[in-house]
Design a protein around this ligand. Structure first.
Ligand code: ADP
Ligand code: MG
Length: 386
């Protein structure tokens, strides 16, 4: 596997079109390319004007597509665990359908989309995977789930370290709990391990590039800034920003005010995303559908650049020790200090930005230190630990 490219951004900005255009471009260059839709509202079939199924479906030379069905993903990867959790909640008096709903933990569905990735990477069948994801909020959940789950698993089910008795901390609050059998434990352990590996693939800047797609208007631009902060917070490598649907000067009088905002945003972009490679694509006169036109769109977008390149490798978190001072530096360009909450919880640095929370496992030398002050220097949060 040479590369995974994941596009994210607000609904309607053009993620699916751009993902499909990129996949068509790469397949045209001879790369064996798989495009995966993880948006439950799939539109890849529409973009390619061909029926794409739940397993990789050939679209043409070197090009395959997959629109993942959540139900099938859960059944093929989480079945035993889900059945156990359903039983667990049912034994606590919930009716079967409520128990089943609750057994689908938050993020479960999103994470299910990721579980196919490992098989595809290991199969050796593809050189490139392009991921067309759901609108920002959902895809952030998808990207944060492996980490959230590994934290949960390590704390509550310290699998790998002990045997079945480790289940006790979870079930302690309940009474008369059906004990998970070996199948459930095995399922849970293999899920946990594969999510950990998938997270490593997605967070590996040499393998995965996350690219933000936006339109030149305030709403999508602001959402893009937030998404960027959160993606950095979760340690993913965002290497490019695509401004799609740019109005050309000849758009005329009717679009005058749109163009005014667009000009402001285009000016702000360079200051706002100094680390990212910027691409822009004009609004086209009609919809781009079908492989041939999508490939042209891909060429218009990337021009002389290679979509497989890594355009930036900004390291979002670094731990530094100098002159007896311990500092954690974190790139969070759009977070403002008032909205950030920091504390050390048992050797883990907890960073909360509005509704998001991330826990950094501190290196041993930092683990007994507490954040005492924090200051922003060039979009980087410098946290002093004492
Ligand atoms: N550069 C563009 N010019 C004109 N229309 C575009 C462009 N990019 C996308 N579109 C159109 O915008 C609509 C939404 O695009 P889509 O790729 O489905 O967005 P998303 O996946 O982000 O929701 C579609 O009708 C698509 O054809
Ligand atoms: Mg889409």
């Amino acid at each position: 596997m040479e590369k995974i490219i994941l596009y994210t951004g607000k609904g309607g900005v053009g993620k699916t079109s751009i993902a499909a255009a990129t996949a068509s471009l790469l397949a045209g260059k001879g790369k064996r390319t798989l495009i995966i839709s993880t948006d439950p509202a799939h539109s890849l079939s529409d973009a390619f004007e061909t029926q794409i199924g739940n397993s990789p479906t050939e679209i043409g030379d070197n090009l395959w597509g997959q629109e993942i069905s959540v139900i099938e993903a859960i059944n093929s990867h989480w079945k035993e665990l889900k059945m156990y959790l359903t039983g667990l909640f049912q034994s606590q008096g919930l009716d079967p359908s409520t128990a089943e709903e609750i057994a689908t933990l938050p993020g479960f569905e999103e994470a299910s989309h990721l579980l196919y990735l490992e098989d595809h990477i290991k199969s050796g069948k593809y050189d490139v995977i392009v991921m067309d994801s759901a609108p920002t909020g959902e895809s952030l959940k998808l990207l944060s789930f492996p980490e959230a789950m590994s934290w949960y698993m390590e704390k509550i089910f310290p699998i790998g370290r002990t045997t079945a008795k480790v289940i006790r901390p979870l079930v302690r609050p309940f009474t008369s709990i059906p004990f998970p059998n070996d199948e459930v434990l095995g399922n849970m352990e293999s899920l946990y391990n594969s999510l950990k590996r998938i997270r490593d693939y997605l967070a590996d800047p040499d393998l995965t590039s996350i690219r933000l797609v936006t339109n030149p208007n305030r709403m999508s631009f602001n959402e893009t800034k937030r998404a960027y902060t959160y993606l950095l917070l979760y340690g993913y490598n965002v290497d490019a920003l695509i401004i799609n649907k740019v109005y050309p000067p000849e758009s005329g009088e009717f679009f005058k005010l749109w163009i005014k905002v667009q000009d402001e945003i285009l000016k702000e972009t360079n200051d706002a995303f100094p680390d990212l490679k910027l691409f822009s694509l004009k609004i086209s006169k009609s919809e781009t559908l079908g492989r041939v036109d999508l490939e042209k769109m891909g060429k218009d977008l990337y021009r002389d650049e290679d979509p497989l390149a890594v355009f930036t490798k900004a390291k979002p978190v670094t731990y530094e020790k100098s002159n007896g001072k311990y500092t954690v530096k974190m790139k969070l360009p759009f977070a403002s200090k008032e909205k950030i909450n920091l504390f050390n919880s048992k050797g883990e640095l907890v960073v909360e930005v509005e509704n998001w929370r991330r826990i950094f496992y501190l290196p041993t030398t930092f683990s007994d230190k507490n954040p005492v002050s924090a200051e922003f220097i060039n979009g980087e949060l410098n946290i002093e630990m004492v």
